[in-house]
Design a protein around this ligand. Structure first.
Ligand SMILES: [Fe+2]
Length: 249
C-alpha cells in the first residue's frame, strides 16, 4: 500500500536500475570516444614526426650543397649547430625551440651559394670589394628562405646571424633586443668555431683566441648571457669545438 502521490518502492527501484544502465552506457561511450581520440592523437603525432623528418632531411641536403661548393667551410655549419644546441640548452630553451634553432644553424651560411667560389676559397686577404660580396650572404639566405612557412623564424635567424649587440654588425646594424636570441647565440657559436678552424686566408687562430675574443667583447659585440653559456659549454666539453661532426647534430 502506498499513500497518494508517493512513488511505489517498485517504481523507485526501476528508476535506479534505469539510471544505472544509463551510467553504464555513458561510461562505454566515453571509453570509445577516448580510444578514438587517442588513436587520432597518435596518428597526428606520427604525421608531424614524419613531416619534421622530411623537413630535417631537406635542410640537411641544403647544408651539404653549400658545403660541397665551399670545402673550406665543410663541417663548419654542423659544428656551429652542435655548439648552438648546447648553448641554447644551457640557456633553458625548450626542446621544441632547439629543434627549430638547429634547422636555422645548419643552413646559416646558405646565402654563400651566391658568392663566387673563387672568393670563398681565395687564399690570402680579401679585398674590401670581395669582403663586401661575402657580406651579402645573410640577406641572400633570408631571401631564399623567407617564402617558406616554418614553425620557427628560420629566415630571420639566418638574416641576423652577423648582427652585433652594439649595432656594429651587418646587414642591418640591428642592436640588443632587436636581435633574436637564436641569432645572438649563432653569432657567438659562429665566431668561436670560425676562429678555431682553418680558413683559406689564414690558419686556425685556436680555441684560446676565440675564447679571448668573446670574453673581451662580452656585452659589447656579443650577448653577455650567451658568452657565459658558451664558456660553460666549452669548459664542460672542449671537444665540442675541435671534434669532427657527423651529419647528426
Ligand atoms: Fe655567416
Amino acid at each position: 500500500m502506498t499513500s497518494y502521490g508517493k512513488p511505489s518502492r517498485t517504481n523507485i527501484e526501476k528508476k535506479i536500475r534505469d539510471l544505472e544502465n544509463e551510467i553504464k552506457r555513458l561510461k562505454k561511450n566515453n571509453r570509445t570516444t577516448r580510444a578514438r581520440l587517442k588513436a587520432a592523437q597518435a596518428e597526428l603525432q606520427e604525421s608531424s614526426d614524419r613531416l619534421r623528418k622530411t623537413m630535417g632531411g631537406i635542410i640537411q641536403a641544403m647544408s651539404l650543397t653549400i658545403e660541397k661548393r665551399d670545402p673550406y667551410t665543410a663541417g663548419h655549419q654542423r659544428r656551429v649547430t652542435k655548439l648552438c644546441r648546447v648553448i641554447a640548452t644551457i640557456m633553458g630553451f625548450s626542446w621544441e625551440r632547439v629543434q627549430g634553432f638547429r634547422m636555422a644553424a645548419v643552413i646559416h651560411d646558405l646565402g654563400k651559394i651566391q658568392v663566387p667560389a673563387e672568393i670563398l676559397s681565395k687564399p690570402g686577404k680579401l679585398t674590401e670589394n670581395e669582403f663586401g660580396i661575402i657580406k651579402t650572404h645573410p640577406q641572400i639566405g633570408f631571401d631564399i628562405l623567407k617564402g617558406i612557412e616554418f614553425s620557427w623564424p628560420i629566415a630571420q635567424i639566418v638574416y641576423q646571424h652577423h648582427e652585433r649587440m652594439n649595432g656594429s654588425g651587418y646587414p642591418r646594424g640591428l642592436a640588443g633586443e632587436d636581435i633574436l636570441p637564436e641569432a645572438r647565440i649563432l653569432a657567438v657559436a659562429d665566431v668561436v668555431e670560425a676562429m678555431s678552424s682553418h680558413r683559406p686566408y689564414r690558419p686556425a687562430l685556436g680555441l684560446e683566441s676565440a675564447i679571448d675574443e668573446i670574453r673581451q667583447n662580452r656585452g659589447i659585440l656579443y650577448d653577455a648571457d650567451v658568452v657565459d653559456a658558451c664558456l660553460k659549454a666549452i669548459d664542460e666539453n672542449e671537444a665540442l669545438i675541435n671534434q669532427p661532426t657527423s651529419n647528426e647534430n
